[in-house]
Design a binder for this molecule. Structure first.
Ligand code: GDP
Length: 475
């Protein structure tokens, strides 16, 4: 890897890349706001500061990590009155010299301050480039860098908390512990390979296989729980379906009641699919209310229904609302039979005389019952009966046994790397059973490498670039 930068290694063991250019960007969100922050990082940061910033009290030296009040000037034009801070390397976000300007918010001023900084010698930062520098500078690893983005895009407090934990290095510590185990086993195997002894080999192979299996078990568990981690960051899609008038909107309102709205402007609202966001015990949920599902002759309505069925196919969980005071219709029976995602049925209007019971629903669901997670809840949107249980059932159906507390692989990239490591471990165990210790050592190394891709030790440059491209500007 070169990253267009010089590699350094200090006596303290710290190592990383030192960048030659200085980058700048607006770090705060676009729009009206009290304050906007312009961030500058790189070897010329201090020089740029002295060119564009005039402290209010002349000749006042700027102390590192202290805010100073003053003005930004471009030539003889005063651009803004603001606060500025110079942060000396290496104790900064990027590990480089960093300067930040806290200027007035809004559409114009921040752009003008940025323009002044760029003219003074910085170049515009690419998305995620500040965090990439923190990674290349050796301050954080790749998984920690990814968690910065997860934290920014978190939609519930619980998701934010999980990202913060990962930023502290929780995931990296777990991965390193597994890698250390592998290294010990590799060293143990290699010692035997260096001094071959036919009496010892079978014993060595058995012990190494045990160690490899222990790592395998831990990783399998991690992959199983990763679902919870992904749901925490990416959110859960729950699709509400059912015939008209069964109480879908009423139940939706019950579910949303007392919920803090997560997102104010709901994107993707179409004429026939309404989306709402809710916080389900910390899982960010996007709940879509489809058009009433029933067979329709009318062509326009047909389109709406097709879209609803499409929504259902893509759902993480389907919530089917049935009216317990009516008999099941043929369409409802076919939905019960056909839905091939985890299904939660709310048998609603239990405050009225029942004409359909749990057993009727269960009978209509067969033979899928055993294939997909399936729960039936008795609810009343009028009395509030069963709403809390419904929430719990939706939560469990989404998680499918994964535990959010144990979810430390949080994205698809981590899961793929863990699966690569598992495949290599499988082949190591097979090699150990055949007493081919040299092959096993290679496979264990491959497993070690696959895990290293998570923390970035063995990630390739294009993978790293792809990760940071997805970041937002100014981070
Ligand atoms: P949707 O068409 O499936 O969205 O159904 P709505 O939520 O609009 O409800 C249809 C009708 O059923 C309305 O008059 C609601 O007040 C009523 N309703 C909804 N849930 C219940 C319930 O649990 N019990 C009773 N008695 N009526 C309900």
């Amino acid at each position: 890897m070169h990253f267009g930068a010089a590699f350094f290694e200090r006596e303290t063991g710290e190592r990383g890349y030192k960048m030659e250019d200085t980058i700048a960007s607006i770090a705060t969100a676009v729009g009206l706001g009290g304050i906007a922050i312009i961030r500058v990082s790189g070897p010329r940061a201090k020089d740029i500061l002295s060119r564009v910033f005039r402290p209010h009290r002349a000749n006042r030296a700027m102390t590192s990590h202290r805010l100073t009040y003053g003005e930004v000037w471009e030539g003889e034009r005063r651009v803004d009155e603001c606060m500025a801070v110079y942060m000396k390397a290496p104790h900064t976000y990027t590990t480089e010299d960093v300067v930040e300007f806290q200027c007035h918010g809004g559409a114009v001023t921040a752009q003008e301050v940025l323009a002044a900084v760029l003219r003074a010698g910085a170049r515009l930062a690419e998305p995620g480039e500040f965090t990439k520098r923190a990674f290349l500078g050796g301050r954080i690893d790749l998984a920690q860098a990814e968690s910065v983005m997860d934290l920014i895009s978190a939609r519930t407090a619980r998701a934010a908390h999980a990202s913060l934990q990962q930023m502290d290095g929780y995931l990296s510590r777990r991965i390193h512990a597994l890698q250390d185990k592998l290294l010990d086993t590799i060293a143990y195997l290699e010692a035997t390979l260096d001094y071959p002894d036919e009496d010892i080999e079978p014993l060595t192979a058995r012990r190494a296989a045990e160690e490899a299996r222990a790592v395998q078990t831990a990783l399998q568990e991690a992959v199983r729980n990763a679902r919870a981690g992904r749901l925490l960051s990416a959110g859960v899609r729950i699709v509400l379906a059912g015939s008209p008038n069964t109480g879908k909107s009423s139940l939706l309102n019950c579910l949303l009641r007392e919920q803090r709205a997560i997102v104010t402007d709901v994107a993707g609202t179409t004429r026939d699919v309404l989306r709402e966001e809710l916080d389900l015990f910390g899982l960010p949920v996007q709940l879509s209310d489809t058009a009433g599902l029933r067979s329709a002759e009318d062509a326009v309505e047909r389109i709406g229904i097709d879209r609803a069925r499409e929504e259902l196919r893509r759902a993480d969980v389907a919530l089917l609302v049935l009216d317990s005071a009516r008999e099941l219709t043929p369409e409802e029976r076919s939905l019960l039979r056909e839905t091939s995602v985890p299904l939660v049925v709310a048998l609603n209007k239990t405050d009225l005389n029942a004409r359909t019971g749990v057993e009727d629903v269960r009978a209509a669901r067969l033979p899928w019952d055993s294939c997909f997670s399936f729960a039936i809840l008795l609810t009343s949107a009028v009395t509030g009966e069963g709403i809390e249980d419904l929430r719990r059932a939706l939560y469990e159906a989404a998680l499918r046994g994964a535990s959010p507390e144990e979810a430390y692989l949080t994205n698809e990239r981590h899961v793929q790397a863990a699966k690569d490591a598992l495949a290599a471990l499988e082949s190591a165990v097979t090699a150990l059973e055949d007493w081919t210790l040299d092959c096993a050592a290679l496979d264990l190394r491959a497993a070690w490498d696959a895990l290293g891709a998570i923390t970035g030790e063995s990630a390739t440059e294009d993978v790293i670039d792809r990760i940071f491209e997805k970041f937002c500007l100014g981070k």
